[in-house]
Design a protein around this ligand. Structure first.
Ligand code: 5GP
Length: 207
């Protein structure tokens, strides 16, 4: 299958693995890459902005979107719905932008199961102890939510094998560099370079 012009990047990792920071840095470095904004039924955290971090919706609204088929994937995580609106993704890929989906593992597996033209990256932390410290350090979660997220993290790590790449987030700048390397390599796959090859062949014939 011929891919769209941009690369669809599926990125997952336990809550507290620092994915958000990596994504933010990556987007600052690459103006050819956009982040898909998800819908969620969870409450906004302090500082989160509607339409930038998430579209905050009720369960009823998300269930309507599911019924309409307007979500590329959705999952329930820690008692809330999270889903990826499909229409903007196609538009961005056709326009040549790489599209980043920062989603949890169940949703990521759904996307992997029905699309082969994507690159999947799992972000890992050096240890569970460090993850717990990061979650507590955030200061925005209740004890119940922290325990829930640690439990989910264990399950998520056990699905890392489904991803093509694993990036260790021991140090932010190094982890961003590792993701950059993956994107650069992906763009050199034949499928993305075919237009160039055809052009060079045409050129050779013309001579
Ligand atoms: P948080 O509540 O910390 O923002 O996100 C919780 C988890 O939901 C994270 O692992 C995040 O990657 C994931 N997530 C965010 N948006 C989506 C989405 O649209 N679909 C799925 N399946 N997971 C999502």
């Amino acid at each position: 299958m011929r891919p769209e012009k941009g690369v669809l990047i599926v990125l997952s990792g336990p809550s507290g693995s620092g994915k958000g920071t990596l994504v933010k840095k990556l987007l600052e470095q690459r103006d050819d890459t956009v982040l898909s904004v998800s819908v969620t039924t969870r409450q906004p955290r302090p500082g989160e902005i509607e339409g930038v971090h998430y579209y905050f919706r009720t369960r009823k609204q998300v269930e309507e979107m599911i019924a309409e088929g307007s979500l590329l994937e959705y999952a329930e995580y820690n008692g809330h719905y999270y889903g990826t609106p499909e229409p903007p993704i196609k538009k961005w890929l056709e326009a040549g932008k790489n599209v980043l989906l920062e989603i949890e593992v169940q949703g990521a597996e759904k996307v992997m199961n029905h699309r082969s033209d994507l690159v999947s990256i799992f972000i890992t932390i050096p240890s569970m102890k460090e993850l717990e410290q990061r979650l507590r350090g955030r200061g925005t979660e209740t004890e119940e939510s922290i325990q829930g997220r640690l439990q989910v993290a264990r399950q998520e790590l056990s699905r890392a094998f489904r991803y093509q790449y694993v990036v260790l987030n021991d140090e932010v700048d190094r982890a961003v560099e590792r993701i950059q390397t993956i994107i650069e390599a992906e763009k050199m796959r034949y499928a993305y370079m075919e237009d160039l090859i055809l052009e060079v062949m045409n050129d050779a014939q013309a001579q």
